[in-house]
Design a protein around this ligand. Structure first.
Ligand SMILES: [Zn+2]
Length: 252
């Protein structure tokens, strides 16, 4: 079973700053979709909504950057705020959505296992006031929004900061296992750095067409491997929104 999945980071870099915890929601959301995309990409077809854009604003302005109907599942990542008072995690669905919630319930359970209190009904919150959620319901594309935890609450953020990769895996594993995208879970993509060159070519296939490049010193995630026609092994990496093959000599 394969699904076309769109991962969305709510807001943009720097948005929704909390003086209490010194973090901003936009960067937390971007970090999480960057961690989750490579975990999912070994199992299914995953696309990142451009992380430098705000999908809500694009939707409101009629300039969405992707065709939402092209996806089977849209997952939008957020972190919650409540003047430091509230805590916990919730996966949010439209009040009138009548489809199954096994993916969302699994994600809520996985996040609760890391230490976050479940909000709403066993971690599921229903609402009807969000534009992207309403748009997806109207066109019949399954959509969920995660409020991971409260970014303005020090206790939630202590759990969060100690478990970032586990949180990404909790979400990826929920999607993979509840959709039946494979029999197993995710062990985690390995973070790495581009070394020994100023720009490293990223290719569509091992030794194939160049799709772009990443600067020396950039962070990438190794998500798999592939052999070219000479039998040489290339690394499959996630670099920003690009997923492609690079020569392993320049990955450290
Ligand atoms: Zn948000």
């Amino acid at each position: 079973m394969s699904k076309k999945i769109l991962l969305v980071s709510g807001h943009t870099s720097g948005y929704n700053y909390s003086e209490a915890t010194g973090v901003n929601e936009g960067d937390l959301n971007i970090d999480m979709v960057k961690r989750t995309a490579p975990l999912l990409s070994s199992y299914t077809d995953v696309t990142l909504y451009p992380i430098e854009r705000d999908m809500y604003k694009d939707n409101a302005n009629g300039c969405l950057q992707v065709n939402l109907r092209a996806f089977d599942y849209i997952f939008e990542w957020h972190h919650n705020a409540s003047n430091g008072q509230a805590r916990g995690t919730s996966v949010q669905l439209h009040t009138n959505y009548r489809g199954g919630i096994s993916v969302e319930q699994t994600i809520a359970n996985n996040l609760a296992a890391i230490g976050f209190k479940k909000r709403g009904t066993n971690g599921i919150v229903r609402r009807s006031d969000l534009l992207n959620m309403r748009t997806c319901l109207a066109i019949g594309v399954d959509y969920a929004l995660l409020e991971t935890c409260f970014y303005d609450n020090a206790a939630d953020m202590a759990i969060y900061n100690a478990n970032k990769q586990r949180i990404a895996e909790a979400v990826a594993n929920g999607i993979i296992s509840a959709f039946g995208l494979s029999g197993g879970g995710v062990t985690g993509a390995r973070a790495a750095t581009v070394v020994g060159c100023t720009a490293l070519n990223v290719r569509e296939t091992p030794n194939g067409t160049i799709m772009g490049s990443v600067r020396g010193g950039s962070n990438v995630y190794i998500v798999g491997f592939g052999k070219d026609s000479d039998g040489d092994t290339w690394h499959k990496v996630q670099a920003g929104s690009m997923v492609g093959y690079v020569w392993p000599k320049y990955i450290g």
